[in-house]
Design a protein around this ligand. Structure first.
Ligand code: CAA
Length: 383
């Protein structure tokens, strides 16, 4: 039985910062951010939006009443959860109107969480073929004003519906996983922003990719020629490219060209959004599917997932006949184009205007799903 991604959609908040403006404000050559880091714009969100509102806005648009009746699990992968105990998936389950006899929970392992959710979803559908599973990656990437990680921030969610006979991507059974206990990026409980060892995180990302890629090749006797494109976790667009270049040297010129062209197609959305943490790989996949000029049904796509700490996985999927009819290209382009650009002063004010859940808060926001209030630490959402 084929199981995989039947529907996929992303949502990003309606504000962004231009990276040239940020570079000028930080007294840095803009080309460091535009070329060295590879980012043009960075998504920013106000305190009336959180991982639940991103997730609900991403999922609602793709779910039909039939889907809501068939979903047996709601899984949220996040590293910026809103509660130490209660899973955001439980709130989402209600906001979206999923049938009650379902499991709803969160998975945490930095940017890898949603990939674990995807694999679990696949296993569930294999044993319960009539069921569907909603997997959502939702995060707010914030490192701090004037911090080294500031140009690699972002925010947003990707929602994926996993089912049998999927209409977009069949997930294959071949995968290579790797766990290494390191401190490259972590966020101790109670800390608003992560602690990051930038050089170590870059090096571990590349090394992890090389390890899982070589292990996958050996284990399944596959080579780059068996792939039509690779999609990467994209903390910033230069990162995936560095990892990719590290394995391309020994490949033929035509293989290199094909895979590099696909990489450029996979980073179009991330360049305008920044890091979505758990969602970044899947935003890259959407960008690839919606912007590629030479992909076709039957093509194999390799996916590299990396979560600091660190867990990584290389896995693959096969494009389904007619997959492009189920993408949301126009809506995504509109979502990105309709965002409001913030001045650096507005961005800094929004960044510092943190939600204090111990205070009474009320909000007004135009989004279909947003926070209405926070009273006695309980969040109420507009539906
Ligand atoms: N023109 C063009 N390029 C320029 C330039 C200019 N004027 N000035 C500098 N550059 C280049 C540099 O040469 C460098 O390129 P290479 O990496 O190819 O050598 C690039 O711009 C970045 O410069 P620096 O290394 O000096 O940048 P930095 O020290 O300010 O920090 C960073 C970069 C480490 C990524 C930092 O932004 C950071 O810590 N980010 C958060 C951590 C992160 O994203 N890590 C990625 C792997 S971990 C992961 O993937 C999980 C996750 O999501 C967090």
């Amino acid at each position: 039985m084929n199981v995989g991604i039947d529907k996929i959609n992303f949502f990003v908040p309606p504000y962004y910062v231009d990276m040239t403006d940020l570079a000028i404000a930080r007294d840095v050559d803009p080309n460091k951010f535009l070329i060295g880091i590879g980012q043009e714009q960075m998504a920013v969100c106000p305190k009336s939006q959180d991982i639940v509102t991103f997730a609900a806005n991403a999922a609602k648009q793709i779910l039909t009443p039939e889907d809501l009746a068939a979903i047996e699990m709601v899984i949220v992968g996040t590293e910026t959860s809103i509660d130490e105990s209660k899973a955001s998936a439980v709130v989402l389950h209600r906001l979206l109107g999923v049938q009650p006899f379902a499991r709803s929970f969160e998975i945490k392992e930095a940017c890898y969480g949603a990939t674990a959710g995807l694999q679990l979803a696949k296993s569930h559908v294999l044993t319960h073929p009539n069921s569907k599973v909603l997997v959502i990656a939702s995060d707010i990437a914030k490192y701090g004003l004037h911090s080294g990680g500031e140009p690699t921030q972002g925010a947003g969610a990707v929602a994926m519906l996993i089912s049998r006979d999927p209409r977009i991507l069949v997930l294959e059974d071949q995968n290579a996983m790797l766990t290494q206990d390191i401190y490259d990026f972590w966020r101790p409980i109670g800390h608003p922003h992560p602690t990051v060892n930038g050089p170590l995180s870059n090096a571990t990302y590349i090394e992890s990719f090389q390890k899982v890629w070589h292990y996958y090749q050996e284990k399944y006797q596959r080579s780059l020629a068996d792939f039509d494109a690779l999609a990467f976790h994209i903390p910033y667009t230069k990162m995936g490219k560095k990892a990719l270049l590290s394995i391309l040297e020994s490949e033929t010129e035509s293989e290199q060209e094909k895979i590099l062209k696909a990489y450029e197609e996979s980073i179009i959305y991330s360049r305008k959004v920044g890091n979505l943490y758990t969602g970044s790989l899947y935003l890259g996949l959407i960008s690839l599917l919606e912007n590629a000029t030479s992909l076709a049904a039957g093509n194999r796509i390799g996916l590299f997932s990396y979560g600091s700490g660190a867990v990584s996985e290389f896995f693959s999927g096969i494009l389904v006949e007619g997959y492009d009819a189920f993408l949301q290209k126009e809506a995504h382009q509109q979502l990105l184009a309709n965002r409001q650009k913030l001045s650096i002063a507005e961005y800094e004010a929004m960044f510092e205007d943190q939600l204090d859940i111990n205070q009474s808060n009320t909000f007004e926001d135009d989004l279909p799903f947003s926070l209405v209030s926070v009273e006695e630490t309980i969040r109420t959402y507009k539906q």
